[in-house]
Design a protein around this ligand. Structure first.
Ligand SMILES: NC(=O)c1ccc[n+]([C@@H]2O[C@H](COP(=O)([O-])OP(=O)(O)OC[C@H]3O[C@@H](n4cnc5c(N)ncnc54)[C@H](O)[C@@H]3O)[C@@H](O)[C@H]2O)c1
Length: 372
């Protein structure tokens, strides 16, 4: 593939219009709406396989360049940014081609399906001097933001252990679709939900480095035909692939001697519906984020001792939802800032390294140490 690097200096004028090409029509439609809502940003091209949906989004948002395949979009000269919301295995080829063509890249999580591909993407962002950002929208939840501010401004003493989990009763997205094909998704529940919960955890912990992991994975329910996100899908799915895990459990060791446990299930018989938990255990206090069924209130509790007695504080934090537009607005700010050194996907790379090491650990049945 021949590539040319665009000469336009996108940081030069904050008034200049940034033109975006979006790949993918599922989560991609959320990207389109978020980009279109920003001043000085316009979605000029859209690629995706579903013809009707493509035309519907095109007419809804006034996008005239509608394409079937990402390869026809990434090198277009009328695009400054490529936004990727395609199946996980396509993140790497799309981003590599886009970066080499001089585009900034906004990519859905996970950055890539393995460390090697993720590292190549970060290297390409550095080589071609472009922004590579990943959609870590969960950390933008109002309760996570409040927790982060509390930890930074008040603190709970040294956090020596963290318990994190994301559990679903029946939440396998697209049973026997690309989501449950190792080749297309890179894995199952762990690579799908893991990037979010790991990102929120590492963000709250101030970017501690994971140095070792020990993990197990199981794919019992999906293989047995249980656990699809809705029953119609479950009943209609009599073909296709399910060669990934629906449960992953891991012990992580950090560079400062602290630790964390992580449990992720797409499906399990002992959960009411769905809940997300992050519990930080500090020497002087604790902090618990518990989000059952995507609750938007009452999700945060801070535990301390007051006059020798335990107290639990429940800050009044409302989570309005819709975090994607915040992340996309932040990405546009980064592009306009011209200060791109810290925006080459480095944080996302570490999250991919951790998840990748978990998969290796599960296969090899031993603890895996991450390279320094
Ligand atoms: N950040 C979040 O909260 C969040 C939520 C859901 C999905 N995601 C991520 O978004 C990505 C997409 O997931 P989804 O739920 O939208 O899946 P989806 O199956 O609904 O959409 C995938 C899209 O990719 C398109 N596509 C596939 N091959 C293509 C090609 N060769 N050229 C152009 N388009 C192509 C499909 O036509 C489809 O429109 C995944 O990486 C997923 O992990 C993130």
């Amino acid at each position: 593939m021949t590539v040319t690097v665009a000469a336009t200096d996108l940081s030069a004028s904050p008034e200049s219009v940034l033109r975006v090409g979006v790949v993918g029509l599922g989560m991609g439609s959320v990207h389109v709406e978020a980009f279109q809502s920003l001043p000085g940003v316009r979605v000029t091209a859209l690629a995706g396989k579903e013809v009707e949906r493509r035309h519907q989004l095109g007419s809804q948002y006034g996008i005239t360049t509608l394409l079937d395949d990402w390869s026809d979009l990434v090198e277009r000269s009328d695009i400054d940014i490529v936004s990727i919301a395609a199946p996980n295995a396509l993140h790497h080829p799309i981003a590599m081609a886009a970066l080499a063509a001089g585009k900034h890249v906004f990519c859905e999580k996970p950055l890539a399906i393995n460390t090697e591909e993720a590292r190549a993407m970060v290297d390409a962002a550095i080589t071609h001097d472009r922004v590579l950002d990943v959609a870590f929208n969960h950390r933008r939840r109002a309760d996570v933001q409040y927790a982060k501010a509390y930890l930074d401004e008040v603190g709970i003493g040294r956090v020596y252990h963290t318990r994190a989990s994301w559990k679903r009763r029946a939440g396998i997205p697209g049973l026997r679709s690309w989501f449950t094909s190792k080749r297309m998704a890179g894995g199952g529940a762990l690579i799908d939900l893991g990037p979010h919960i790991l990102d929120s955890m590492l963000y709250l912990l101030g970017e501690r480095l994971v140095v070792a992991v020990s993990a197990v994975t199981h794919g019992e329910l999906g293989r047995a035909g249980y656990g699809a996100m809705d029953r119609t899908e479950q009943m209609a799915s009599d073909s296709g692939t399910f060669d990934v895990e629906d449960l992953a459990s891991a012990l992580l060791r950090f560079d400062d001697g602290s630790s964390a446990t992580l449990e992720i299930t797409w499906a399990s018989h002992a959960v009411d519906d769905e809940d997300i938990t992050i519990e930080l255990l500090g020497v002087d206090g604790g902090l618990r984020l518990f989000v059952p069924r995507y609750a938007s209130d009452g999700t945060l509790t801070i535990y301390r001792e007051l006059a020798g007695r335990p107290v639990a504080i429940a800050p009044d934090v409302h989570v309005p939802g819709g975090e994607h537009p915040l992340v996309i607005a932040e990405f546009i700010e980064h592009v306009r800032s011209g200060e791109w050194d810290q925006r080459r996907g480095q944080f996302a790379l570490h999250r991919t390294e951790v998840l990748d090491a978990c998969y290796r650990s599960a296969v090899e049945g031993r603890e895996i140490r991450l390279e320094a």
